[in-house]
Design a protein around this ligand. Sequence first.
Ligand SMILES: [Zn+2]
Length: 490
Amino acid sequence: MVGFTRILFAFAVSMGSSNFCAWQAFAYEMDGEFGYLDHSAIPAGQSAPLPHSEFEDRRTPGERLRKFSLALKKLGIPEESAPAFLDFPTPGSVALSQIQENFPALDPDGAVRRYLGLDQNGLSLFRDFASSDISSSLLEFFFPFQPKQARKSFFSDSELLLDRLRKIGSQVRQSLYAHPLSGLRVVIDPGHMGNEEWDHHTGKFVSVGGKTVSEGDIALSTALLLAGELEDLGAEVILTRTKNGPVARTNLDTFDHSPYLHQYFYNSLDSWMSEYLKLPDERLLSSVSQAPETARAFTSTQRKQFFIGGEDLEARSRIIDEARADIVIDVHFDASKSHELQSGNRSIEAFVPGGVRATETGSRVVRSHHLKHILEARRWQESVSLASSMIESMGKSLNLPLLSRPEFLTSVKVRDGVYARNLYINRRNLSALMVYLECLHYDHVREFPGLTLKDRTGTYRGATFFYPRRLDAVVAGAKDGILRYFMAME
Ligand SMILES: [Zn+2]
């Protein structure tokens, strides 16, 4: 447990920042992204130094893919199949300018854009870095922009979703409406798993002086309370879990980890594998099979990570898909260490999709998901509006400041309290508005004691549960923020 915390924390340090104290609190809240390379987990001295200059990275397009295929074959990993673009609902018509407007937050490093051909005619997604001489056989997807006069006959992007949301907006503005959120479908996803056994695996708890606060547990209570409030207003609410424990119905010891293992290697194209791909073929094959990152993929620690950060998050994402949700709210709380309290950091924030960094674009499927967020420019902007409204109201009801730093760790500021971040749930939500809340810091000296008490009784659909009263302010703010979003909708 302690080791796990230290590893995550050390990784955050390695990310580099000028302001150590301000962001250390977020290190613990690293969500379990599979394929996420934790450099500190590799014992020093194991990683062979790579001769960067030996093989210049000036290759014809597709050359690094050829090498990548060789490496995957050597490792016994099947090639990643083509993304299912046909399963995407049509994005409708979107203007180039709208797409470009969102790039600073969605694609801050230009990481996805490396794979895009983008001009007035349309947007092409390639399997390798785009260039003027890239082969059409490497074209993955093409989206044509409509000429301005023709655009009127097409749906604007996310039109059906926005129509549904606007209808709710007009209901909310009619103050006499008994159930103003009637027709709205909301998925609430209480983060992590709660309960002692799973907290041990995830590290998402704080235990000081014999008292413990579990993030998964307070997230569940918050979700149940918010679900009740929204149902009273007429919304249809689907919870990804209503008790503590994983959402995945498979079992940590027996689940099939191969999809996540494969994804781990597909993701490596633009991260740890990229240096090896600069080597001549023979050296590449011997180096990559001896790479510490390769060994790590087959450890029990990584298998557990595949469950927590892959299998379980995918199960949640499938519930979101099946629910055909309009809005997804992920409920999380923040802490920096599991056995210490802090007094320096109280600011809160919400994450929306985006914030894709240069090492996070290796997988074809992952790139296709980013593309969906890029093409549905208006859906992304509505997520920002909803997130902003919710986090502002929560800041007021909790009397906490909104985070305002330009960026921290991998996320990028969109506006005060709203950050774009490439989290699994955010990226994988391909059809609804997405708000991933960090409600408060449960390791703060002024929050922790109150959160250890379960001094309030709640009921959800007839079942009683006990929770700390501070969560009432979280829920009041979240609910108010949702209503304010609809009030302001045009
Ligand atoms: Zn969390």
